[in-house]
Design a protein around this ligand. Structure first.
Ligand SMILES: *[C@@H]1O[C@H](CO)[C@@H](O)[C@H](O)[C@H]1NC(C)=O
Ligand SMILES: *[C@@H]1O[C@H](CO)[C@@H](O)[C@H](O)[C@H]1NC(C)=O
Length: 203
């Protein structure tokens, strides 16, 4: 087997970004768990997780995401604000936790097929831009019990937003893909939103 060239670690980057350093070590640990070849390089080619494995399926999911912030049963709740969040034009440093229903049709009464559980955080001081970190938790049909992890930047005023699918569990093990989100209804009085999602996942 080809031995990859060992690479010097970028100490400056890992000191400035301790989180990046932590992620790198987690990532390496995962690689080493899956490989039998040890290497000091940042990346190595790994064997398939079991004989005959190959990513073989592209799945398209289409559903509506209900983000309800009003009323006495909100599905998205702000949990933290920075000292200047209230005076920021983009609500910078606001963090919210959500457990948003996912339905087949755009009505909230339409059949629920899962939940989007996670958080968003306002992470852009000049334009509306949310950091999204969500697990799409499926509860119906073929993918019931499986999850897909979605992470990315949400420029909420853009017509079409796109977030990476960075992994998954169950049927979505080894998932990679993308989600496209389009606001379907935004109620300016209540702040509630219905967002149409098209998600494409290789798994
Ligand atoms: C910001 O607004 C929220 C919600 O209206 C309020 O609860 C909070 O006290 C405000 N924080 C500051 C620092 O003014
Ligand atoms: C928007 O929200 C307000 C306040 O909750 C509600 O009274 C109104 O019916 C909603 N509009 C639509 C079109 O759903």
């Amino acid at each position: 087997m080809m031995q990859a060239q060992p690479q010097k670690c970028n100490h400056r980057a890992t000191t400035i970004f301790p989180m990046a350093s932590l992620l790198l070590s987690l990532f390496s640990a995962l690689l080493f768990a899956a490989t039998i070849t040890e290497s000091e390089a940042y990346s190595t080619t790994v064997k398939a997780p079991y004989p005959g494995y190959k990513p073989e399926k592209l799945t398209h999911l289409h559903f509506y995401f209900h983000d309800i912030i009003s009323g006495n049963k909100p599905t998205a709740v702000p949990v933290a604000r920075g000292p200047a969040t209230n005076s920021s034009a983009t609500s910078f440093a606001l963090v919210a936790i959500a457990d948003d229903p996912l339905t087949i049709g755009p009505e909230i009464t339409s059949e629920e097929i899962g939940r989007a559980q996670g958080m968003y955080a306002s992470a852009d001081q000049n334009n509306f831009g949310l950091l999204m970190a969500f697990n799409l938790v499926f509860t119906k049909g073929e993918f019931s019990g499986s999850t897909a992890s979605m992470y990315g930047r949400n420029p909420i005023l853009s017509k079409l937003r796109e977030f990476p699918i960075i992994g998954g569990t169950g049927a979505f093990r080894f998932a990679r893909g993308y989600a496209q989100a389009k606001t379907f209804v935004f109620n300016i009085t209540s702040g509630d939103a219905v967002v149409e999602y098209n998600v494409y996942i290789w798994h």
